[in-house]
Design a protein around this ligand. Structure first.
Ligand code: UD1
Length: 350
């Protein structure tokens, strides 16, 4: 039996497709929600929309400093894992929930399976980079989204049970894209009558917790000849009150996964510091302006499909003006069948 530990928005999306594949392969799975994300629109909505199996337990750790949050998950999860005694622990990505799960399981000699292994931004000031490196170090089965991930793990001496399966978010986009289109009308989520718009998200502490950086981004938005739809991560609720929000910027509540897909499919460009949205923009053939100085999704940079601007006003404005080289688009991060590959490999290995 596999124990899956998830706690943050993007992990609900990834787990939804993998859980389904595990079920198809008759692999028993128990899910624990750490409670890292807890607002209705950050958590419950995702479980409902994606039809995720109910978690056996919600650890309800909530927010906190990184050390405290990670420690709380470790303490609570260890008890659960000692009870459940799974054959393996399945974790996704690079959040504090990922790290905590990996530490608990590895200390209990339970195999750690890491989905989205081998990713590196080479920026150790990002908490996620630390989480990735440590999780990969203690993982026994590592699923990468691309060959680049496999090569990176090889450089770090990790070569056993490393598989390039493609990216599970591509599976999710293919599975839920048509459902989103059927279920949600653009006019229900767009806060103005349709005209070309940019979809923006900002949640990295380096941007949200620095008035200087946030000012750079907001002043760039002010200069852009587009309306901007900005689903607001709760981390920003307070910080944005310090700014005059330009008239062309429309702040909305955090969007659900399906709402986000609808907003993405109809937008002109994307401005984001999210990891997942960079990929989703690429697959949806929407040019992406990444409000960071680095990306772990380096393959998306070719042909200007993704441009790194950091929070720099001039760079953002110039990047939005830049045309992509349409003929450079090629399928990246697999073929949308990563979850089936993962389940099939696990069936043999566990
Ligand atoms: C976390 C992950 C990040 C991931 C993101 C996806 C870490 C270190 N970061 O970032 O890698 O890309 O999730 O969204 O694990 N908050 C609420 N309600 C919630 C959740 C958060 O109000 O339901 C607020 C709290 O003020 C909290 C802050 O957002 O302190 C940050 O939440 P946290 O889970 O620590 O990190 P994220 O920024 O969401």
């Amino acid at each position: 039996m596999i124990l899956t530990v998830i706690g943050a928005r993007p992990q609900f999306v990834k787990a939804a497709v993998v859980s389904r594949a595990l079920k198809d392969f008759n692999i028993e799975e128990i899910i624990i929600h750490t409670g890292q994300h807890y607002d209705k629109e950050m958590s419950d909505i995702f479980w409902e929309e994606l039809d995720l199996p109910k978690p056996q337990k919600n650890l309800m750790v909530g927010s906190g400093l990184h050390g405290a949050q990670t420690a709380q998950i470790i303490t609570k999860l260890e008890k659960e894992m000692l009870d459940i005694r799974p054959q393996a622990l399945l974790v996704y990505g690079d959040t504090n929930s990922t790290l905590a799960g990996a530490i608990v399981a590895s200390k209990l000699n339970i195999k750690v399976i890491h989905v989205e292994a081998g990713l590196r931004s080479f920026n150790r000031t990002m908490p996620e980079e630390i989480n990735r490196i440590i999780t990969d170090c203690v993982s026994e089965i590592l699923f990468c989204s691309s060959e680049e991930g496999v090569k990176q793990l090889e450089r770090e001496g990790i070569v056993t049970n490393v598989f390039n399966v493609g990216d599970v978010m591509y599976d999710a986009l293919n599975a839920y894209g048509p459902i989103a289109k059927n279920k949600i009308k653009l006019e229900e989520v767009l806060p103005f009558e349709y005209e070309p718009y940019i979809l923006a998200t900002i949640h990295r502490p380096s941007n949200t917790d620095s008035s200087f950086n946030l000012e750079g981004i907001i002043s760039a938005f002010r200069e852009l000849p587009y309306k901007i739809v900005w689903p607001l991560h709760p981390r920003n609720r307070e910080s944005i009150t310090r700014f005059n929000i330009p008239e062309n910027v429309f702040i909305i509540l955090p969007a659900s996964y399906l709402e986000m897909q609808v907003l993405l499919q109809s937008c002109t460009k994307v401005c984001t510091d999210s990891g997942g949205l960079q990929k989703e923009a690429y697959w949806s053939k929407k040019p992406c302006i990444t409000l960071r100085d680095d990306t772990e999704w380096v393959e998306t940079l070719s042909g200007n499909w993704n441009m790194l601007t950091g929070p720099n006003r001039t760079k953002i404005v110039n990047a939005v003006r830049t045309k992509v080289e349409l003929n450079t688009w090629k399928e990246l991060y697999g073929d949308g069948k990563a979850s089936v590959r993962i389940a099939s490999i696990l069936k043999n290995l566990i």
